[in-house]
Write a protein that binds this ligand. Structure first.
Ligand code: H79
Length: 429
């Protein structure tokens, strides 16, 4: 290829393909659920769960004045945690828009005393700190008068049992257009709530076309819990690692060859819940991140900021601890792919370098503290293994089906004992 000459447009060089690769390298993102529901401190489903009529729920926006919201602080926290992107709720199931929409007055600029667009501030801060921004957008809407009556949820909010479905589709697609137009380059759009209505209702193809046309480098994901649809760029799993189904609705396998993402929340709530103090420890978060990486997936880790806009110390302290762990161990995570050894009771493997032409480096992540030996498969039998950052190779002995590595006690590390395994370079003389 001649320098200065336009490269042939190869599919793998398209903005979308490059973005997918970026996404797979990024590995760790911050998920933020924040809305007028945060005022009640009972999670983002409170309107449905407490059967709050629309007329009653509409009393929340006039109370929403997040004087402590500081987009720079959010972004700095995400960066200190080692996160490479942020996915923020622009509209959740309650239908309230956390950005300035021209298609409704039911938004943060028109309906709250705050009167500013926090998504605009967040987009600016993300640009400044070079981190990507994704928009969560709920397809389902418990507030819009034309939202089809009825979906599976939201029956007790006083919505009238009538509506013009085509108008709702135009509304939501118009909002997607706004989100793809008014905030500069975005990382992608993260849909939720698809499962509320029959598939045909949504015109997803049309929606995805709008995004890919307006934002050629943006990635589309849809939290529909089933196998990916055409036009989607990554496949997500809610509350479970790919291939697991503790939540009961993650029945899709990960065979689609799309980039993968698992979303989890730091406690047991997405939106702010003042009573939920069931926080994951930094070790549990590291295990989730490593477990996702070993299955080829990103971890999108959620926090629920308070109604005043601050992300509480119960989230921040844990995130910073994970960030410090990543400073030492991130090279086994960022830019990695799932390794040659599938998930085992002792942990997972990741691999780096195979794409760039360097010798591949395989990392074994031993997540169980009492494991003192692992067996490498035949394909790695001629490898040399070191505890990460150490220079004394581990003892190996021949074993059935491969070679056994002995892990001495002084090689153990907190959270994750990482072993670096490299094949000896072939003699090139
Ligand atoms: O935004 C957060 C949650 O509010 C939202 N997604 C995360 C990221 C979410 N909404 N619902 N759920 C998560 C759980 C979904 C449960 C489901 Fe079902 C089971 C959907 C379909 C089967 C509940 C029962 C809804 C319909 C039937």
């Amino acid at each position: 290829q001649v320098r200065g000459q336009a490269a042939a447009a190869k599919p793998e060089d398209s903005p979308n393909a490059l973005a997918r690769r970026w996404f797979e390298d990024a590995k760790f993102g911050l998920f933020v659920h924040w809305g007028v529901y945060s005022l009640l401190g009972k999670g983002e489903w409170v309107m449905n769960n407490d059967k709050i009529p629309i007329a009653e729920y509409r009393k929340l926006p006039p109370q929403f004045n997040p004087v402590k919201f500081d987009a720079d602080e959010w972004v700095k926290l995400a960066k200190s945690a080692g996160m490479r992107y942020i996915t923020v709720t622009t509209k959740h199931h309650d239908g309230f828009c956390m950005y300035d929409s021209k298609l409704t007055d039911y938004d943060v600029v028109d309906a709250t005393p705050y009167g500013k667009d926090p998504i605009k501030a967040l987009a600016a801060a993300c640009r400044k700190h070079r981190i990507k921004l994704f928009f969560y957008y709920s397809l389902l809407d418990w507030h819009h008068p034309d939202y089809y009556p009825w979906g599976m949820t939201g029956h007790d909010t006083g919505r009238e049992k009538k509506g013009d479905w085509a108008k709702y589709v135009a509304y939501y697609q118009g909002q997607v257009r706004e989100l793809c137009t008014n905030y500069g380059e975005i990382g992608g759009v993260w849909f939720d709530g698809w499962w509320d209505l029959p598939k045909a209702a949504w015109d997803l193809e049309g929606t995805y076309r709008i995004i890919h046309e307006l934002q050629p480098g943006a990635l589309v994901g849809n939290n529909h819990h089933v196998a990916p649809f055409p036009g989607e760029d990554f496949q997500m799993f809610e509350q479970d690692l790919p291939g697991e189904n503790s939540a009961g609705f993650n029945k899709a396998d990960a065979a689609a060859a799309l980039p993968l993402e698992t979303c989890l929340t730091m406690n047991d709530s997405w939106g702010y819940n003042s009573k939920d103090d069931h926080f994951k420890s930094p070790e549990q978060v590291v295990h989730a991140l490593v477990g996702a990486a070993g299955r080829g997936a990103n971890l999108l880790l959620n926090v629920g900021p308070r109604p005043d806009g601050a992300i509480g110390p119960e989230f921040a302290e844990r995130l910073l601890t994970v960030g410090r762990w990543l400073e030492g161990s991130g090279k086994t995570i960022y830019g990695s792919r799932r390794g040659p050894i599938p998930p085992k009771p002792w942990g997972v493997s990741t691999v780096r370098g195979a794409l760039g032409g360097e010798a591949p480096e395989v990392f074994l992540h031993i997540l169980k503290p009492d494991v003192n030996e692992v067996t490498l498969p035949e394909v790695l039998a001629t490898s040399v293994a070191f505890p990460l950052g150490k220079s004394t190779p581990l003892k190996t002995t021949a074993a059935e089906g491969g070679v056994k590595l002995t892990i001495p006690a002084d090689a153990r590390a907190p959270y994750d004992t990482i072993l670096s395994v490299t094949a000896p370079m072939p003699d090139q003389r």
